[in-house]
Design a protein around this ligand. Structure first.
Ligand code: UDP
Length: 247
């Protein structure tokens, strides 16, 4: 396993995209049990700071990657720099490419009705050989009979890799609550809005924004209703400076 770096209580794996992909596919080939991948950004770290009850959940993942430039900046402020931002949506694609090459079945769970199917079609076209052996939208009761039926679908599909795209923290809670019942699934990735991107319904920021570390700003322009959630970002940033001064 890789080194862990503690950013305000969340233990991140200090990995590049390529290292994160290798660890994930290595588990697919040789690992035992369910390998979970969480992709927190600074909004999630701030959520943990404000409600400490989330720390055990977020830190319980097999792999915790920094999916936000705010976390990378915080790691620099704290003088324990992480190697790079690892976008969950990119890790997801790298895993899909691997699954296509090896004939490993994948299940897409999440997003609005129809989106997971569109994502499956788009990814099967992009990665010939890929088998998305099941999909289900993310708007179901997360406990009880409806949830049991979703789990039964995932297990019956024979998928070894499960994309869980229900938004934060619902997706992390769902993986944690149901991991023992996901028979046959070796890797579960919590990937937020990735199915919206794979389906083509949501565009990622142009490369220039990503290079200038302004992907968050592009997202805000496209989805102004995120402003409430994004108010956590300056709180996290300045809070990290204060934290450094105090410690
Ligand atoms: N979503 C879902 N079920 C829900 C609530 C949300 O499947 O009950 C989906 C939503 O349609 C979207 C994703 O979860 O596809 C969350 O996307 P967002 O970009 O907000 O990701 P986050 O920033 O929360 O990781």
């Amino acid at each position: 396993m890789s080194d862990k770096i503690n950013i305000r209580g969340v233990l991140f794996d200090n990995v590049t995209l390529s290292e994160a992909t290798s660890l994930t596919v290595e588990h697919l080939a040789h690992g035992d049990g369910l390998f979970s991948v969480f992709t927190p950004n600074s909004e999630i770290v701030q959520l943990c700071i404000e409600d400490n009850g989330f720390y055990p959940l977020i830190n319980s993942a097999s792999l915790v990657i920094p999916d936000g430039i705010g976390v990378i900046k915080a790691s620099r402020i704290l003088r324990t720099p992480l190697k790079e931002k690892v976008a969950g949506v990119e890790l997801g694609e790298a895993v899909l490419k691997h699954c296509a090459e090896r004939g490993i079945g994948v299940f897409f769970l999440g997003a609005k009705p129809g989106v997971a199917d569109e994502a499956a079609q788009a990814m099967e076209k992009k990665y010939p050989g890929l088998s998305v052996c099941g999909t289900h939208d993310g708007y179901f009761e997360k406990t009880g009979e409806e949830n049991d039926a979703v789990i039964a679908e995932v297990v019956a599909s024979g998928a070894k890799v499960l994309f869980v795209c229900l938004g934060v923290p619902a997706q992390e809670k769902w993986i944690d609550a149901n991991r023992a019942r996901l028979n046959g699934v070796k890797v579960a990735l919590a990937l937020g809005g990735s199915l919206d991107v794979y389906s083509g319904n949501v565009k990622r920021a142009p490369k220039l924004f990503i290079r200038l570390e302004l992907e968050w700003f592009y997202r805000l322009l496209k989805e102004p209703k995120r402003i409430g959630r994004m108010m956590k970002l300056p709180k996290f940033y300045f809070g990290t400076w204060l934290y450094r001064m105090k410690h």
